[in-house]
Design a protein around this ligand. Sequence first.
Ligand code: BV8
Length: 244
Amino acid sequence: MVDIPERLVHALCESRHTVILTGAGVSAESGVPTFRDAQNALWARYRPEELASPEAFQRDPALVWQWYQWRRGLIKQARPNAAHLAIAAMERLLQRLTLITQNVDGLHQAAGSTAVIEFHGNIHRNRCSAENQLVDVDAEGTTRPPRCPRCEAWIRPDVVWFGEPIPQGALLTATLAAQDCDVFLSVGTSSVVYPAAGLADMAREAGATLAEVNPQRTVQTDSAAHVLQGKAAEIMPAMAAALG
Ligand code: BV8
């Protein structure tokens, strides 16, 4: 079992309010490729930033829709891993936990986490690209976006694309939590994409203890009081066990 620093365990036990921010690294061990390496041979010629944008969707709705259909197919095979389950358990072990995820795969909810802030939306939902209202469509097997039954505009995944604002409620709740928390855990994210990546700085500047869980170093590593270098599916269960 991985060793969790005693000072971090103590800080977590004493923490009135803990924030966990997760990125694609938490879903990596469920077989969902991280955003950076999501591009297999089929999609290798595109950078995610080129496909996950309103401009790309306007230019070629069928191409963007097919990329999401491919990712939906991968996610449908995926099950929550030990990291998701440990984070769900920590909801009960900590005094108060705010879970913010950049992932759109819904695996935290599948693992039993209840109040999940979906900072970048959810790939399982679809909405009208003109009215921005959720639309319940059977997308199975489609290779081009369905049309909105109300206004005929293209249907799009209910996710936040590059250049689009974070949903107001998610941004406000996440910002308030980052400013209020005593401990901020950054788990499985490259900390490259803003404003999500700015939440850790906000928490640290407000006096929180910052800890990072990642096999690699990131731009956040040097700012973290605790750096747990390794896989989330190994480290998070050890952390939950230490709290238990
Ligand atoms: C905004 C949903 C303003 C979609 C995603 C120029 C033009 C326009 C905007 C910008 C610009 N320059 C900068 C910006 C801001 C931009 C941005 O930050 N760009 C980056 C590229 C610099 N941000 C935005 O555009 C945001 N909106 O700024 O709006 C605005 C305000 C008002 C009005 C109008 C506009 C919106 C950003 C949201 C983009 N959508 N996802 C979809 O999924 O299809 S982002 C997507 O990539 C993910 O959601 C995630 O957030 C992000 C990064 O991915 P990570 O989760 O970190 O994954 P990554 O692959 O990068 O890293 C994985 C990590 O896991 C690695 O560190 C790895 O080491 C680690 N790991 C691997 N295995 C494991 C592991 N860790 C633990 N255990 C393991 N086993």
